[in-house]
Each structure stands twice: as structure tokens, then as C-alpha cells.
Design a protein around this ligand. Structure first.
Ligand code: GSH
Length: 221
């Protein structure tokens, strides 16, 4: 498809979800016209939503008459359909690193740091839901493994896949952003200072600031 997409892509999802955030981050870094169509917390199971995302997950995207779900597919589409800086390296080894980190985030970061620590320490108190302390405790060691592995991949490079920002950085930022806000996350992050410095650099980017969870929630309210 030629890069002539100019109409806005709409991301449908609940503000506060790292998957929604990563889609918005990709749009913002690409400079792609976009907007968030907020879905209420818990609203992803209704028939209207299931017609577009049959697994009851968020987000899903619409671009003119094109409907797409699965966030990795959405962010790759954003990179490939819109004009703007490339968010995927062409060089095979850098691209493999990007894909590796994206796989680590979905397979290991999401079930430990995001579901264990982030959900219980950040989202549950915000939503008035009970905190599962056992889940937080159980997430600490697997989260440590994730952070050490990611810190080793990052090494002394500026970005996860090397010299340039890629989808891997955006995906990881969406999941790690909350981490310093919890005592467990802050302590874990202090064990991997290169990753901590990467997180601070990523959080300072205009795209990160434009998609801060508090801002998204306030805009949706
Ligand atoms: N494979 C899906 C996963 C999306 C996902 O798990 N989203 C979470 C939001 S953080 C969700 O919808 N959770 C609701 C649920 O699991 O019921 C994707 O990449 O889009």
C-alpha cells in the first residue's frame, strides 16, 4: 500500500491500558493523524465491542472502512501506512532485536509486571478494586527476570533495537511507565540502571507526554 494514508486512524479502547497506549504512542511517534475513541472500563465484553474484537480485548482500530485488532498488527500498520519516521529497522539483526523485545513484552512482561504489579498497585486502587497482594508478591521474581533480560538486550545502546527508536521501545514504555510508581517496581528498576535511564529518556519524549494515562483519562471523562 502506498504511504498516502491521511485520514485519521481511530484507536478504540480504555484509557489506562498499556495496549491502547502503545497504539497511541505509535501514532504519535509516526506523526499519524489519530484519535482515541474511549471505551468505558469493563466495556470490552459488550456485543458492539465483540463485533469488532471477538476476543473481548482492547484496543481495536478503524481507518476509514478498514477494521483491525491485535495491537502489534495495528502498530505495524501505522508504521507502514502513514508517512513519517520509520519505526521498524530494515537491517535484519536490528529488526530481530525489535521482534524479540516485542515478544518478551507480550509473553513475559504482561503476565508478571503488568498483570501482577501494575494492575494491583496502580489500576486496582484507582478503580476501587481489591488488591491481590499474593499476585504482587508472585510477580516480583518473574519481573526481575524480565528487567534483567531487557537490560542485557539494551546494553549501552540508546534504544532497544539499536541506534533508532522502534516499535519495541514504544511497546515496552507502555508497560514499564507505571513501574516507578509502585514500591516493588521502583526497587526492581533500581537493579537495572541502564533500563531505568532508558525509561526516563522515553518518558521525556513528546509522544510519551501526549499519551500519559492521566491525560487520556481526563480527556475521556
Ligand atoms: N493480543 C491482544 C491483547 C490485548 C489485551 O490483552 N488487552 C487487555 C488490555 S490491557 C484487555 O483487553 N484486557 C481485558 C481482558 O483481558 O478481559 C492485543 O495485542 O491486542
Amino acid at each position: 500500500m502506498p504511504k498516502t494514508a491521511v485520514s485519521p486512524i481511530v484507536i478504540h479502547g480504555v484509557p489506562g491500558s498499556p495496549y491502547v497506549r502503545k497504539a497511541l504512542l505509535a501514532c504519535a511517534e509516526k506523526g499519524a493523524p489519530h484519535r482515541l475513541q474511549p471505551i468505558a472500563f469493563g466495556g470490552a465484553k459488550g456485543p458492539d465491542h465483540l463485533a469488532n474484537q471477538p476476543f473481548g480485548r482492547i484496543p481495536w482500530a478503524t481507518h476509514d472502512d478498514f477494521v483491525l485488532y491485535e495491537t502489534d498488527a495495528i502498530i505495524r500498520y501505522v508504521d507502514e501506512a502513514f508517512e513519517g519516521p520509520a519505526l521498524q529497522p530494515q537491517e535484519p539483526r536490528s529488526r530481530a532485536r525489535m521482534n524479540q523485545v516485542m515478544g518478551i513484552v507480550d509473553a513475559y512482561v504482561m503476565p508478571s509486571m503488568t498483570s501482577g504489579i501494575g494492575w494491583n498497585r496502580i489500576i486496582c486502587p484507582m478503580m476501587g478494586l481489591p488488591v491481590d497482594e499474593a499476585a504482587v508478591a508472585a510477580a516480583i521474581e518473574p519481573s526481575r527476570v524480565c528487567l534483567k533480560a531487557l537490560d542485557a538486550i539494551l546494553g549501552d545502546q540508546p534504544f532497544m533495537a539499536g541506534a533508532a527508536l522502534s516499535l519495541a521501545d514504544l511497546m515496552l514504555l507502555a508497560h514499564l511507565d507505571f513501574l516507578p510508581q509502585s514500591p516493588e517496581g521502583g526497587a526492581l528498576l533500581a537493579e537495572t540502571p541502564r533500563l531505568g535511564a532508558w525509561l526516563a529518556r522515553m518518558q521525556a519524549r513528546p509522544a510519551a507526554q501526549a499519551t500519559e494515562t492521566a491525560k487520556l483519562m481526563a480527556a475521556a471523562a
